[in-house]
Design a protein around this ligand. Structure first.
Ligand code: OSB
Ligand code: MG
Length: 369
């Protein structure tokens, strides 16, 4: 297969509710959609970078430049044996995994369509027909608002609740939530807001039998996490600091956590995500699929990824309507009353693109041929 053209589109999509983490509050997303074109067929990907370089070093503007000036020129015109070649062709670009991964995922989608397969089949998934879903709930203006949101998500059937924490919104808030909801599957995500100096403070969270604490320490740290994990009963889940299968191996060797969250963009696409999944599976480390407030294409790719066998825990992939008044795919992603997403057998990422709507919200387009 030869990619003749790569088209980048930047979409402006306001969130139905702001999303606040320990590093920032987001009201509106600027999302880059990648189209790869070959012999009259298109494959689609989504670059999951945020609007600012706060989760990792990437943001919409940097991802646009890297995708246009470094990734696309290494892909266009090349003869591919398989979509898995894309990773190797861009691997020497240091960092910028989301920009690389958005293009890589589009090539997998294209390959699935060429082979007449749904994407989940093309990547070797299909271990389950329904994906177990949790929700990630941002920091709110009041505990009352957080409780209301949790009640709504539980009523919708979601299987686990993740709440964001940061210094000043942690132990006391978790205590209130745990008291109010003694039996739910609950976890906390700190997005790197603490250091080892906070060990005694974080240790207080053990009382609340959380499923896990996600990325409490620095975004690029593994060693301190190992020290903290030794002192906590609660499992640590690693997010930001695991960008490759190799880093997962190192983290597992050092016992820096007991669970890993896999994000397609953070690790640079399906090839690396599958390697990472396999490393974890071989070591008995369960994984789940993280989210980056994706529009429909990225959401659908996450669903495909989460059909690999070791994605045994509920992830952060949830219904479109939690994020968007209108999504760019048809139908939108919906969940069952059991808090699952049923996988689809349609070609590629499995949903139709709403081209008209996408056109309406596109604020920039560039093509590399
Ligand atoms: O740490 O998992 C995270 C959103 C943006 C950046 C980082 C994270 C998140 C989420 C939201 O938790 C997951 C989602 O609902 O898409
Ligand atoms: Mg996280």
């Amino acid at each position: 297969m030869k990619i003749e053209r790569i088209v980048l589109r930047q979409l402006k999509m306001p969130l139905v509710h702001f999303f606040e983490t320990s590093f920032s509050r987001t009201y509106s997303r600027d999302i880059i959609i990648v189209e790869v074109v070959s012999e009259g067929l298109s494959g689609w990907g989504e670059i999951t970078a945020g609007e600012n370089p706060f989760y990792n070093e990437e943001w919409t503007e940097s991802a646009w430049l890297i995708a246009r000036d470094y990734v696309a020129p290494r892909i266009v015109g090349r003869e591919f044996q398989s979509a898995s070649d894309a990773d190797g062709l861009t691997h020497h670009i240091r960092g910028h995994n989301m920009a690389r991964g958005g293009v890589e995922a589009a090539i997998w989608d294209l390959q699935a369509r060429r082979n007449g397969n749904p994407l989940w089949k093309e990547i070797g998934g299909g271990a389950r027909r329904e994906i177990p879903c949790g929700v990630s709930i941002g920091i709110q203006d009041s505990v009352g608002q957080l409780i209301e949101k949790i009640e709504r998500e539980l009523a919708d059937g979601y299987q686990r609740i993740k709440m964001k924490i940061k210094p000043g919104w942690d132990v006391d808030v978790v205590r209130e939530i745990r008291t109010k909801f003694p039996a739910i599957r609950l976890m906390a995500d700190a997005n790197s807001a603490y250091t080892l100096a906070d060990t005694a403070h974080l240790k207080q969270l053990d009382e609340f039998y959380l499923m896990m604490i996600e990325q409490p320490l620095a975004h690029d740290d593994i060693i301190d996490h190992a020290e903290l994990q030794q002192k906590l009963d609660t499992a640590i889940c690693l997010d930001e600091c695991i960008r490759s299968a190799h880093q997962a191996e190192q983290a597992i060797r050092l016992k820096a956590g007991r669970i890993i969250n896999i994000k397609l963009g953070r690790v640079g696409g399906f090839s690396e995500a599958i390697r990472l999944h396999n490393v974890c599976q071989a070591s008995g480390i369960p994984v789940w699929c993280g989210g980056m407030l994706e529009a429909g294409i990225g959401r659908a790719h996450n669903i495909a990824l989460a059909t690999l066998p070791n994605f045994t825990l509920p992830g952060d992939v949830s219904a479109s309507k939690r994020y968007w008044k209108r999504d760019i795919i048809l139908p939108e992603v919906e969940t069952t009353s059991q808090g699952t997403i049923v996988i689809r057998d349609e070609l590629g990422f499995g949903y139709e693109l709403d081209h008209d709507f996408m056109k309406q919200i596109t604020i920039r387009t560039e093509a590399v041929s």
